[in-house]
Write a new protein. Structure first.
Length: 305
């Protein structure tokens, strides 16, 4: 049987493809390597994992804002809930690819926030995505207006503004905030006895505390006179959720600058072995042999000013 000829125009299926995004469209990038468990039988990343990549990047985006997510949402009396997520595929990632997930907040409405993401392999744009959140009451999950403070923090970050400030002062001025961070990190997390954490040196030290734009204290350290020409930095602590986001570096730089302004010729510190690489990258060098302090392995490390 022959098919009947038709004079009508065949039905056309149409869909809109967005223009490829550029790396320059974003300030924030989260780097990762594709794992073998994330590819499918076609030997490319299984499509659902791209949403996981975007979600992982958004979690890191909050760290870039210096906002410990849960504590910040509690302070803002709300939480963010996904109401829509879309993914557009331009090319595929493969196992062992090093990719970067770019993320930005592209729109803030009355109660909604839209995050636009792009996944790059080098300069090649592989995937686009949009995730729409609604700010809502956690108890009733009814929408609320996006708080002005959150709106200003996000828009400020996207405009290139700093998200933290570091204040210096004595124990009377900064002790309460420094103590809260050190208690969480040293006493609760590392299980250092309270009697070893608190000493008389706090009253003589210069303290530095980093604050995010919600006014939350997120990192701290102190500077003491050690011996003529040498200052000692200690009690360096960063909120657990925000580690890896340069807060420790910011506090350390402020304390190093304070030592230099005093005319010190070098600074030293007792570095936990787990943080040795952090201090070496900033210019500190080891002297002497490792030792134990409060049950934790340490090194004496120095930097010339």
């Amino acid at each position: 049987m022959h098919e009947a000829k038709s004079t009508s125009v065949p039905h056309q299926h149409s869909f809109q493809v967005t223009m490829p995004l550029q790396r320059s469209d974003f300030r924030f990038f989260h780097r990762l390597r594709v794992r073998w468990a994330e590819v499918d039988m076609q030997k490319i990343v299984f499509n659902a994992h791209y949403l996981m990549y975007f979600d992982t990047a958004i979690a890191d985006y909050w760290r870039a804002l210096a906002l410990p997510y849960q504590a910040s949402m509690d302070l803002l009396a709300g939480d963010l809930y996904v109401v829509k997520a879309t993914v557009e595929f331009h090319a595929s990632a493969r196992v062992d690819d090093q990719i970067e997930v770019a993320m930005k907040c592209s729109h803030i409405g009355k109660s909604s926030m839209v995050f636009t993401g792009a996944i790059f392999r080098g300069d090649e744009h592989l995937i686009s995505g949009d995730i729409v959140y609604v700010f809502a009451d956690p108890a009733t999950q009814t929408s609320r207006p996006v708080p002005l403070a959150l709106r200003e923090i996000v828009l400020g970050y996207e405009a290139g503004e700093a998200v933290t400030t570091v204040k210096t002062g004595d124990w009377d001025a900064l002790g309460a905030d420094a103590q809260a961070i050190r208690t969480a990190v040293f006493v609760q997390e590392q299980r250092i006895p309270k009697e070893l954490e608190w000493d008389a040196a706090d009253t003589a030290a210069l303290h530095a505390v980093a604050y995010n734009r919600l006014g939350q204290a997120v990192a701290t350290g102190r500077l003491l006179a050690h011996q003529p020409g040498v200052a000692k930095i200690g009690r360096m602590a960063v909120n657990r959720v925000l580690r890896g986001g340069h807060l420790g570096k910011q506090v350390l730089r402020v304390l190093i600058d304070a030592a230099a302004q005093r005319g010190e010729r070098e600074v030293m510190l007792h570095a936990q072995r787990s943080a040795e690489g952090f201090y070496r990258r900033l210019g500190f060098e080891q002297r002497g042999e490792p030792f134990e302090e409060a049950g934790i392995a340490h090194l004496d490390m120095f930097m010339r000013l």
